[in-house]
Design a protein around this ligand. Structure first.
Ligand code: PLP
Length: 356
């Protein structure tokens, strides 16, 4: 039985990666021990961590003046860690108001006592607008892909700041689109959508933004991670191992450019269907539509719920929209095969024929 999992995260992983994990589970690298058991202080694991880091560096062309850190605490942990590490040089932090996860980020900064400004989008590029005064802010925090609302700042529409760092929350399109790391002061992403099981958070940070004089909790302190190769305490061994395998799979399959091509193709098939459907609708502006999280609705809560059940009966799982906005959502991460999208369109069509 083939089940297609459209969950926004934890989410679908590449089948060859799952198979490899299964093969290697009883005895990792002929050690006689499972990866679940080996010490993070062993050379065996250190090699895994260094390989995962190198793969990320190669895939994203991370320049040498950036650190790649393996943290815990998810995107939510970074909502606290980023201001604690980067703020206080100027008056305030700027947040580009794009939806649920941006709001969570500025609420966290605010409750930590930082001054914030929420910059409203006016629907016109550039974001932020020309009268945005960078001198007031330590950095601009942008949710690069809005997982819940289904919109994205694609690489050609990246918010533009000249003299302050851009902080990008890439939790839901990490390694799905070709961003230039040089455009950012810091990128973070929870691994559980496009890379590995939950428990690992990737932070890519320019080295001049790491402040050795900060007195903040060690578990959130980038300096501590950078100095000790992300191993000042016990790192999440299994998710790092899975991230190594997924990044290897990405390298073997054409890298991020190829993933982006496939993601545009897969999401394009679904958007094409939705645009001609009389029953299902997507209301995101065309040039902002996400390639990884496609939101849609019949505009009728009961009918949406009926579709979730109908889809589950056809082995299509987790199509319910986020509880904060309802509706429906199909997450099409790198590991979702095109066959999954074809089947989804087929089932949407059937549902529309019977209920529309
Ligand atoms: N940022 C974005 C864009 C997300 O989609 C999510 C979760 O879905 C988060 C942050 C929060 O991540 P976590 O659950 O890892 O704390």
């Amino acid at each position: 039985m083939t089940v297609y999992n459209f969950s926004a995260g934890p989410a679908v992983m590449p089948k060859p990666v799952i198979d490899q994990i299964q093969r290697e589970m009883p005895s990792f690298n002929d050690s006689g021990m499972s990866i679940l058991e080996i010490s993070h202080r062993s050379t065996l694991f250190e090699n895994v961590l260094n390989d995962a880091k190198q793969n990320i560096k190669d895939l994203m062309h991370v320049p040498d003046n950036y650190h790649i850190l393996f943290c815990q605490g998810g995107g939510t942990g970074q909502f606290a860690a980023v201001p604690l590490n980067l703020a206080n040089r100027r008056e305030k932090i700027a947040f580009l108001d794009s939806g649920h996860w941006n709001k969570k980020a500025y609420q966290e900064a605010e409750q930590l006592g930082y001054g914030i400004d929420v910059i409203k989008e006016n629907g016109q590029l550039p974001y932020p607008s020309d009268n945005f005064d960078e001198t007031l802010y330590d950095y601009l925090h942008v949710t690069i892909n809005n997982t819940i609302e289904g919109s994205t700042y694609h690489p050609n529409h990246l918010p533009n700041v000249k003299d302050i760092p851009l902080v990008g929350d890439m939790s839901s399109n990490f390694m799905a689109e070709s961003y230039d790391v040089n455009d950012f002061g810091l990128i973070f992403a929870g691994a559980q959508k496009n890379l590995a099981p939950a428990g690992l958070t990737i932070v890519i940070v320019r080295d001049d933004l790491i402040d050795p004089a900060k007195h903040i909790p060690t578990i959130l302190n980038y300096e501590a991670y950078a100095k000790k190769n992300s191993m000042f305490n016990t790192p999440p061994v299994f998710p790092i191992y899975a991230a190594k395998l997924t990044t290897q799979w990405l390298l073997d399959n054409g890298g991020i450019a190829e993933m982006e091509k496939r993601d545009i193709q897969k999401s394009g098939m679904l958007y094409d269907y939705l645009d001609q459907s009389k029953l299902f609708h997507n209301n995101v502006k065309k040039d902002e539509r996400s390639y990884t999280n496609i939101v849609f609705t019949t505009n009728d809560d009961d009918l949406d719920a009926q579709f979730v059940d109908f889809a589950a009966d056809h082995d299509l799982i987790s199509l319910k929209g986020h509880r904060s906005i309802g509706g429906l959502r199909a997450s099409l991460y790198n590991a979702m095969p095109v066959e999954g999208v074809e089947k989804l369109i087929d089932v949407l069509t059937k549902f529309e024929q019977t209920r529309g």
